[in-house]
Design a protein around this ligand. Structure first.
Ligand SMILES: NC(=O)c1ccc[n+]([C@@H]2O[C@H](COP(=O)([O-])OP(=O)(O)OC[C@H]3O[C@@H](n4cnc5c(N)ncnc54)[C@H](OP(=O)(O)O)[C@@H]3O)[C@@H](O)[C@H]2O)c1
Length: 294
């Protein structure tokens, strides 16, 4: 076995915490982690034996790979370009993998700015939710250089099941946008279907066993229909994040002239649900829209 490469992992949130955990347990790399709120980093270092850095600079200055999983475009801009950010501390020749769901524009901007510093950038948003991160079975859609992705696969595989190369920089984020557009439509259809079934007093168990193996099947139907019927909405992917992601999709659609009329309607419903206190409910709470707007 050769010399272990140095990895800096930034952002120990819902997703990053278990992802960095898998990386740590793999023992394939020298890992340093950083989290803005030190309490989270302290909790993480109790679960996994690993070095916690006290600043972004300290985490990234020797890193061969920098991995981020944070929040929004603005957060990535701050982490990379702010006064205490990493841009001036990154090692020439290093690889930067961003698992944050961002806009296409941000991915292109990071790619260009980092290339000017001799750092290779991969936009690599993930799908699979908190459970996928905990079980190390995320799906990753990646944009950038294929050679750089190949060099990163051993690392990404520690927390992922599928890594798909989508093409040039930004295409990972475009693939994630398609994922989110499809989920928005699926959840709106599932919400209406379940409300219709309830209005007709159909037996929900019989209904779901009848239709969840057929042409209407979806991950959302298999994993969420029953909990939606029970009005339980605490299962991971928060409306707050969906509003962010659909906002990127709608913005992007104006530059590729695609029509996201239906997605825009679902976006407006989610914004309305946030106004009504459902910021942190999971996305299947879309079902509540009609009741809350009578
Ligand atoms: N949750 C899901 O099911 C899921 C699924 C697929 C994709 N995603 C995407 O993955 C990303 C992370 O999601 P998450 O659920 O893990 O979010 P989260 O729980 O809110 O965690 C975000 C992490 O990023 C850090 N962070 C955010 N802004 C920062 C800033 N300006 N400077 C430094 N650190 C910052 C936070 O640090 P603090 O602890 O200090 O706040 C935290 O560690 C998002 O882009 C989300 O859309 C999430």
């Amino acid at each position: 076995m050769g010399i272990k490469k140095n990895v800096a992992f930034i952002g120990l949130g819902t997703m990053g915490y278990p992802m960095a955990g898998h990386l740590s347990k793999s023992n394939l790399f020298n890992l340093k982690v950083f989290n803005r709120s030190p309490q989270k980093a302290a909790a993480w270092s109790k679960d996994y034996e690993c070095e916690v850095s006290s600043s972004i600079k300290e985490a990234v200055m020797d890193a061969d790979f920098v991995v981020t999983c944070t929040g929004r475009d603005e957060d990535m801009m701050e982490i990379v370009f702010a006064e205490q950010g990493m841009i001036t501390h990154l090692k020439k020749g290093s690889i930067f993998i961003d698992h944050t769901t961002t806009s296409y524009k941000l991915a292109k901007h990071l790619n260009e700015s980092l290339a000017a510093k001799g750092v290779s950038f991969i936009d690599a948003p993930v799908s699979g939710g908190e459970a996928g991160a905990i079980n190390g079975v995320l799906s990753v859609m990646a944009g950038g250089s294929k050679g750089v992705l190949d060099a990163s696969e051993e690392l990404i595989n520690t927390y992922s099941q599928n890594v798909t190369y989508m093409g040039e920089s930004g295409k990972g984020q475009l693939a994630k946008m398609v994922n989110q557009i499809c989920i928005a439509g699926l959840l709106q259809g599932l919400s209406e279907g379940l409300l219709f079934a309830e209005a007709e007093n159909l037996d929900m168990n019989s209904l779901l066993s009848a239709i969840s193996g057929g042409a209407a099947q979806s991950w959302q139907m298999v994993n969420r229909a029953e909990t939606m019927h029970q009005r339980e909405f605490d299962f991971g992917f928060a409306i707050k994040w969906m509003v962010k992601d659909l906002g990127y999709c709608i913005d992007q659609s104006s530059s590729n002239n695609s029509n996201l009329e239906f997605t825009k309607e679902v976006y407006d419903r989610y914004v309305n649900l946030m106004d009504k206190g459902h910021t942190y409910s999971d996305t299947s709470a879309l079902m509540l829209f009609n009741d809350l707007n009578k």
